[in-house]
Design a protein around this ligand. Structure first.
Ligand SMILES: NC(=O)c1ccc[n+]([C@@H]2O[C@H](COP(=O)([O-])OP(=O)(O)OC[C@H]3O[C@@H](n4cnc5c(N)ncnc54)[C@H](O)[C@@H]3O)[C@@H](O)[C@H]2O)c1
Length: 349
């Protein structure tokens, strides 16, 4: 496959990481950066890339084969629409938008123009998650009855120097839990009802530091997730799955899928099942596959190149990203109202 000529719009923390990953990728080549900040201009210069302050001018002049949109959340839809208008497939960072209706507007525009959009829920490209999905889909677990996940970690105090991280929307529900909700949807299907409690009791900011969430899936299975950014604990995907070298890897499980015939842990991929008699007095057997190490951002780039070539359909469309966003925003609605929230209510087109 030829190297696709890509542009990165928004070269902050994650945008630069995409540039670095693309440098090593046989299917991708970043040729331009659009980001008005002086730091991004310097970065582009150091990388030997064309630099534009204005992304629309960049799209018109460079005409990239694909764009990676890594700007702040509130700008994703406008930037995405600009790409769609020019027929440029885009990899849009998560969350696809701030509001579900905006995500759906973007999805509609992309489908009408027949321009593929891929939302950057990168964990879906992790071989561990791919294997877990195969196991669930094979029926080996029987009927999934429950799922449980922990997203507990300690964000250093300096993280909160930025004002927006102390305000509504800047907390662990929309920044971190959204990934775990996406994992749950990817593995177990649609979430139809959400209950939640949130707390700011430790850090005392306007935004939550901890949340406990109860999920009901369309399949009838039930799930729970706890997220906290003020917890001295190893039980979170970033530490356990070894996706990025700046997180010290911990050999722990963080996600548990529990079925009538077998249960599965992630990221270790342990399968627990009865091999002789079935019942709580019988011995359980555990089979551990070696976790398949692989960089999901690298694989996401390969997939994006194949999406641009129209060889693969996006693994996470804007509609799919909107559904993950709707379930995540339902956590805030449920916590505020102390009543169940239905993600689909936000999906009315
Ligand atoms: N998938 C992941 O693992 C992951 C990780 C971190 C962040 N993200 C997502 O990536 C996005 C960016 O996050 P970040 O942490 O890199 O933020 P950041 O603040 O470090 O970078 C954002 C960049 O966008 C630039 N920008 C702002 N408005 C722009 C515009 N109109 N045109 C072009 N550039 C513009 C800023 O100058 C800045 O350099 C967010 O949506 C975030 O949720 C995803």
């Amino acid at each position: 496959m030829a190297r696709r000529r890509l542009a990165v719009i928004g070269a902050g923390a994650i945008g630069r990481m995409h540039v670095e990953r693309a440098r090593l990728h046989p299917h991708a080549e970043v040729v331009a950066i659009a980001d008005p900040s002086p730091a991004a201009q310097q970065f582009a210069h150091a990388e030997g890339l064309r630099w534009f302050a204005d992304y629309a001018a960049m799209l018109d002049e460079v005409r990239p084969e694909g764009a990676i949109v890594a700007t702040p959340n509130a700008t994703h839809v406008d930037v995405g629409l600009a790409c769609v208008a020019r027929g440029v497939p885009a990899l849009i960072e998560k969350p696809v938008a701030d509001h579900v209706e905006d995500a759906l507007r973007l999805d509609r525009a992309a489908r009408e123009a027949n321009v593929p959009l891929l939302v950057g829920h990168h964990r879906r490209h992790n071989p561990i998650l791919r294997r877990a999905r195969e196991i669930v889909r094979s029926g080996r677990l029987g009927k999934p009855v429950a799922a449980n996940a922990l997203a507990t970690f300690y964000k250093p105090d300096a993280y909160f120097d930025m004002q927006w991280r102390r305000e509504a929307g800047g907390g662990p529900v929309l920044i971190n839990l959204i990934h775990d909700i996406d994992i749950m949807r990817f593995l177990l299907g649609e979430i139809v009802e959400v209950q939640a409690q949130t707390s700011n009791g430790v850090r005392g900011f306007a935004v939550e530091d901890t949340a406990a969430v109860l999920l009901r899936f369309a399949s009838g299975a039930l799930g729970t997730i706890v997220v906290s950014d003020t917890a001295a604990a190893p039980w979170n995907w970033d530490l356990a799955a070894g996706e990025a070298a700046h997180y010290p890897r911990q050999q722990e499980n963080t996600h548990f899928l529990i079925g009538t015939d077998a249960s599965l842990t992630l990221p270790q991929l342990d399968v627990w099942e009865y091999r002789s008699g079935k019942g709580w007095h019988e011995p359980l057997t555990v089979e551990r596959s070696t976790p398949h190490a692989g960089d999901p951002y690298h694989e996401q780039l390969r997939h994006f190149a194949a999406v641009i070539a129209r060889e693969e359909a996006p693994l996470c469309t804007a509609d799919d990203g909107a559904r993950t966003l709707a379930a995540t925003l339902a956590v805030h609605r449920a916590a505020a109202s102390r009543a169940p929230a239905v993600p689909a209510d936000a999906m009315q087109r």
